[in-house]
Ligand binder design. Structure first.
Ligand SMILES: *Cc1c(COP(=O)(O)O)cnc(C)c1O
Length: 227
């Protein structure tokens, strides 16, 4: 039993307000490390690569909900739909439609979050705020057969400037509230705002996050950068 991982999780859960979900980001971690997080009570695991999710998933208990949190290429949609319960990194309507068609073919319902680009770094992917504003999400949502739009995901700029991070999270939170009123009234499944990582989760929670995605805080520093 690795008491460090269990201790880190206990500390996080003690401080996290109730009702907020934790995605344990297991990218680059061994199945044994992931299992420690499971034993400490976590049931949502995040991977940013489909291949890594596919190799790890069969080695771990089946009641884990796997979230894909990294960019998904269209040629991997089939595997992603098979392996993930939630795809948090949907960054185009075209990708959403491919996921929908594949989920239908596999007889599944796939929950999706729309990833929005709120950071100033070019490297991070996602819809721009302009694209989000130009799209009629009610129309898109109503046309889906087996995929569901369950909320938004975003990553803030990697910086020590707390006010900048806070204002980026606030812009995502505002968008989330507006979309809920404008396009998803009466649709209770549109309810997740996935924002906040190891370094900025408190700020994200302060701005209304419903789901944080943490790796380093639980498992320690990653030795190999995933990207
Ligand atoms: C790696 C990753 C995380 C977790 O990062 P930490 O800083 O280790 O908590 C969260 N979200 C996404 C999309 C990631 O790729």
């Amino acid at each position: 039993m690795n008491n460090i991982i269990a201790g880190n999780i206990r500390k996080l859960l003690d401080e996290l307000p109730s009702g907020i979900s934790v995605v344990a980001v297991t990218k680059t971690r061994t199945p044994e490390e992931a299992l420690e997080a499971y034993r400490a009570g976590l049931r949502i695991f995040g991977e940013n690569r489909v291949q890594e999710m596919m190799t790890k998933r069969p080695l771990l208990p089946d009641d884990i909900s796997w979230h894909l949190i990294g960019h998904l290429q269209s040629n991997k949609v089939k595997q992603a739909v098979a392996a993930a319960s939630v795809i948090e990194s949907v960054d185009s309507v075209r990708l959403l439609r491919l996921i929908d068609a594949e989920a239908l073919a596999q007889g599944k319902c796939t929950d999706c979050l729309l990833q929005v680009h709120i950071a100033t770094e070019e490297t991070k992917s996602g819809f721009s705020l302009e694209e989000m504003a130009e799209t009629d999400w009610r129309h898109v949502s109503d046309s889906l057969k087996a995929a569901r739009i369950c909320g938004l995901m975003g990553m803030a700029t990697f910086t020590d400037d707390r006010e900048k991070v806070r204002s980026e999270f606030r812009s995502l939170s505002d968008l989330f509230s507006r979309m809920r009123k404008q396009y998803f009234t009466g649709k209770s499944h549109f309810r997740e705002l996935s924002m906040g990582m190891s370094g900025d989760w408190r700020l994200a929670v302060g701005e209304g996050s419903t789901m944080i995605r943490v790796g380093t805080l639980i498992f320690g520093e990653r030795i190999f950068k995933a990207r």
